[in-house]
Design a protein around this ligand. Structure first.
Ligand SMILES: [Zn+2]
Length: 150
């Protein structure tokens, strides 16, 4: 087992649980491939048993398997210094993207409410225009009647 694996632990891998056909582990399961997201081994793929994260109770019953194997070779020092920074930047951008998405949804809802208000105001406006026309017609009729009888 590689010493860098021990320092990174299992919990820092992503959930890319891709089966790796043709490879079995100590317990006979088909191993799965994951991608490390640790700063020590960013992007480095590895194989492990699907039973690795079973409970302590399962471990005591012998149902846990510690199979682990790197797929990719250890990266050069230059890549090892650049990639962690890129991963941090990627995580920041993903966080920012989530914030923008929430704001977009809030603005969409606000836009929908404003559109409903505009529609309601147009209905009110049309009703008031109709009443104004009636008032003008009545006023003109009264004026004509006044002129007629003078
Ligand atoms: Zn196993």
């Amino acid at each position: 087992m590689d010493s860098s694996y021990t320092s990174t632990g299992h919990s820092s891998s992503n959930g890319g649980r891709v089966e790796f056909p043709g490879r079995t582990c100590f317990c006979g399961c088909t191993v799965r491939m994951f991608t490390s997201r640790t700063s020590q081994n960013p992007g480095r793929r590895f194989l492990r048993c699907p039973k690795l994260h079973l409970s302590t109770f399962s471990y005591l019953l012998g149902e846990k398997c510690d199979f682990f194997e790197w797929v990719d070779q250890h990266m050069c020092d230059r890549a090892g210094t650049i990639i962690p920074g890129l991963l941090v930047r990627l995580n920041q951008l993903e966080d920012h993207n989530r914030i923008v998405e929430v704001e977009k949804n809030r603005l969409s809802e606000e836009n929908r409410l404003l559109y409903d208000c505009v529609v309601q105001l147009q209905v009110t406006n049309n009703a008031l225009r109709y009443k104004l026309k009636l008032v003008l017609i009545c006023a003109i009729c009264c004026l004509l009647a006044f002129v007629w009888f003078m």
